[in-house]
Design a protein around this ligand. Structure first.
Ligand code: ADP
Ligand code: ZN
Ligand code: ZN
Length: 748
């Protein structure tokens, strides 16, 4: 049997799609696998180059006569690249994508950034004092000092290079003046080390008994032969982060590195600071604002052994640490851990796979675990660690549910219930802070006609437009804008208006009701600019405002010690989004929002306003009762055969031509039905569709979806492979695209 290997030569170049085929000689066939390093003849001269096997096949892609042979396999030490390529292969297989897409996800493309570390010299003296000092230097004939100070008097901030270069002042002179307090040398935070310039301050905390026990159990598990992933279910403020840090310290002692995944939105200065306090400059971060080159630099540092800890969102999972100890995933229930582009991998499952390959341990943490993880923990697949109490036995906030229907019946037309108004007033008097949270996921302030019910939609995307300040209607999918309509486009009625309040409207209402309160608003619009998010949060943390109004962004991360009241304005807006995780998401959002109150000395209180006061998600969240939510939710998942009990595969067919999208989806469905009749019994596989998804058209691309449910994940993977192959026989195959999503998190 002939065997061919697909080999990439230059693994971190843009040209990952340049894959070369080599024949695997008979004596090497047993030793070759995806990820292995090989030496191959390359180019005209046949010079030997190092490459990596990214796939194996029995079919040659070119004329077999012209295919060269692999020289040698270099299996020594299993370099980190091998592991990551193996991981890419696993991702390709389990989530459906091309090998290229998977490789590009896992391996950063080389692109060095040109910027160097920048230092700046700043004058610290007042003008008069500086002039006196200048005269002094003149008298002493200290010419270098004189030159520097004269320049600083003209421009109180100079680039370090300018001073040592053009001004010809030596580094020792600069340092001497720094010591005398004449100037400061400021290091600009730069790409080489994103945490540089932070200062160490807080003293380390001693773990309490509950934390110590959590650490002990996870440690013991880590030492076992087949360590399990651990799920820490710990209420907000129970001290999970301290537990992560203690475990990572273990790893550091053993010369191992760790990855900490945090949702981007919670990756605040505060969080980074805590890790920096513990691990100093051997911590680095990744975030989506970094350029490719900057990210590549951080990955290089990790590979070279300059770092012990990498903190970042989903993609930090692929940090090329050579000797991985822990992968921590904080807020593991977050939807952002699932990729929204191909390959649609889930960071949790992928982390578990990477840990398996690297001999590392995955630690998941959340106050509101995903049903997926909790289900696995209950089944014994994960180790469950419960942390039921807040640090220092601080109480969770008392919580009241307000029925908005009653408010309306009793003629309160405000967005704020009477109870909430009363409590806000009380907090303003006491100089305590308030957070008002608008659950707005997936639903925007759409505009509808009160006479005929017509909803104004985007002509390109088939979703409702949102009303914005300045009299505009905006599409959140494609950015389309049009002036606010004054008459209903369908019936001409003038009674057309925004239906549900957005954050802007709430801000107006709050300001009108509490004219003396200082109000901050945080949503997509106010955080568009770089650093705006951090600025609003730190302003609120510094108590420069009394009330913070925001969307789900405000429920993450930050510890505001002076917040004693949280209001959830319309708890059910996310209940009816029309995907199977809506209740779970609603529970999580409410519970996380409540958890923001009472993090400091004073006790907290929460008010949940809702039109569905009896829904189990709302009730369980208000009672901080995860178990009650989980039981009710699992009943629904079992009955409806949804994940985590069953597995769900979404097949998406898209085309610029609507009739093609629809016909191709039907073509796939017929095939699936036929093969189902032939091979797999009806109990095992369930179809829904093809259907128009909630948003059937985006940017003039039409979509159709097919849902498949099956108990066994692997069966779904096989079906995906079959459909993929079969669809190549569709006559207009080139005019459609197909995507796959296993157990989707965020709807389609
Ligand atoms: P979680 O991540 O579970 O929400 P954190 O780790 O952020 O909780 O802890 C909440 C707060 O309690 C933080 O301000 C943290 O510094 C503090 N804290 C945690 N553990 C201890 C401890 N053992 N002693 C004193 N303070 C602690
Ligand atoms: Zn109308
Ligand atoms: Zn649009």
């Amino acid at each position: 049997m002939k065997l061919y290997a697909n080999v990439v030569i230059d693994i971190s170049s843009e040209k990952l799609d340049k894959i070369f085929q080599y024949e695997v000689p008979g004596h090497l066939q047993k030793a070759v696998y995806v990820g292995v390093q090989v030496l191959v003849p390359f180019g005209n001269g046949g010079k030997r180059r190092r490459g990596y096997v990214v796939g194996l096949t029995e079919k040659a892609r070119y004329d077999p006569e012209k295919i060269k042979e692999i020289d040698q396999i270099d299996d020594a030490g299993m370099p980190i690249e091998s592991q990551l390529i193996g991981l890419a292969a696993w991702i390709r297989r389990n989530y459906g994508s091309t090998m290229n897409q998977a490789l590009k996800t896992v391996i950063p493309v080389r692109q060095r950034s040109a910027k160097k570390e920048k230092k700046r010299i700043c004058l610290l003296l007042e003008k008069e004092e500086a002039k006196e000092r200048l005269a002094f230097y003149k008298r002493r004939h200290s010419t270098a000092r004189e030159r520097l100070l004269a320049a600083l008097l003209e421009d109180p901030q100079l680039d370090y290079e300018v001073v040592t270069g053009k001004l010809n002042v030596s580094a020792s002179v600069v340092r001497a003046l720094e010591e005398q307090g004449v100037l400061s040398i400021d290091r600009l935070r730069d790409y080489r080390n994103p945490v540089q310039g932070l200062t160490q301050k807080s003293a380390p905390v001693a773990l309490n008994a509950m934390q110590t026990e959590a650490v002990r159990r996870i440690r013991e598990n880590a030492k076992s032969f087949h360590p399990k992933p651990c799920l820490i279910h710990g209420v907000t403020g129970s001290g999970k982060t301290e537990v992560y840090m203690e475990l990572i310290k273990d790893a550091v002692k053993e010369g191992k590195q760790s990855i900490v995944l945090i949702p981007e939105i919670a990756l605040t200065y505060q969080t980074v600071m805590r890790f920096y306090n513990c691990f100093g400059a051997r911590v680095s971060i990744l975030n989506s604002r970094m350029s490719q080159g900057e990210r590549y630099d951080q990955f290089e540092r990790a590979k070279k052994g300059e770092l012990d800890v990498m903190i970042g969102p989903r993609s930090a999972l692929f940090t090329p640490f050579p000797n991985l100890g822990y992968i921590v995933i904080d807020e593991e229930h977050e939807g952002a851990y699932k990729s929204e582009t191909m390959p649609r991998y889930h960071a949790r499952e992928t982390a578990i796979q990477r840990a398996k390959m690297a001999g590392a341990v995955v630690v998941l943490g959340s106050a509101t675990p995903s049903t997926d993880s909790y289900y696995r923990a209950c089944a014994g697949e994960y180790m469950l660690v419960e942390m039921h109490e807040r640090v220092h036995k601080k109480q969770l906030p008392a919580c009241e549910i307000i029925d908005l229907r009653t408010e309306l019946r009793e003629r309160n037309f405000s967005i704020l219930s009477r109870k909430l108004q009363e409590l806000i007033e009380d907090r303003l008097k006491k100089r305590e802070q308030v957070m008002l949270f608008l659950n707005r996921r997936g639903i925007s302030g759409f505009v509808s006609c009160r006479s005929c019910g017509h909803v104004v939609k985007c002509p390109h995307c088939d979703i409702s437009l949102s009303a914005h300040g300045g009299g505009k209607l905006v599409c959140h999918y494609c950015g389309y804008e049009t002036p606010m309509v004054l008459k209903c486009p369908a019936c001409g009625s003038p009674y057309i208006s925004g239906f549900k309040a957005g954050t802007e409207k709430i801000e107006q209402t709050v300001k009108a009701r509490f004219p003396d309160a200082r109000v901050l608003r945080m949503d997509m619009d106010t955080t568009r600019k770089k650093d705006a998010y951090e600025k609003i949060l730190s302003a609120f943390a510094n108590q420069e405002a009394d009330i913070l109004i925001g969307t789900q962004m405000i429920v993450k991360g930050h510890d505001f010690k002076n917040v004693t009241l949280v209001g959830v304005l319309a708890a059910d807006l996310s209940l009816y989004v029309g995907d199977y995780r809506a209740s779970e998401r609603t529970f999580q959002l409410i519970a996380q929002a409540i958890g923001r109150a009472g993090r400091g000395e004073k006790e907290g209180e929460a008010v949940i306003q809702t039109y569905s006061p009896d829904h189990y998600s709302v009730r369980a969240a208000a009672a901080s009762d995860y178990g009650a939510f989980y039981e009710a939710e699992m009943m629904y998942r079992r009955m409806m055969r949804y994940p985590p009990v069953w597995n769900l595969l979404v097949i998406l067919v898209a085309s610029e031509k609507e009739e093609l999208a629809s016909a191709a989806a039907k073509y796939a469905t017929e095939y699936l039905e036929a093969s189902n009749r032939a091979q797999i019994s009806k109990e095992e596989l369930l179809f829904v569709g093809p259907a128009k998804p909630a948003v059937a058209k985006v940017n003039d691309i039409y979509k159709r979806v097919l849902y498949l449910k099956c108990r066994a994940y692997d069966t779904l993977v096989q079906i995906k492979d079959h459909v993929e192959t079969y669809m190549q026989s569709y006559p207009a195959y080139r005019e459609i695209t197909m995507q796959f999503d296993f157990n989707p998190m965020n709807g389609f």
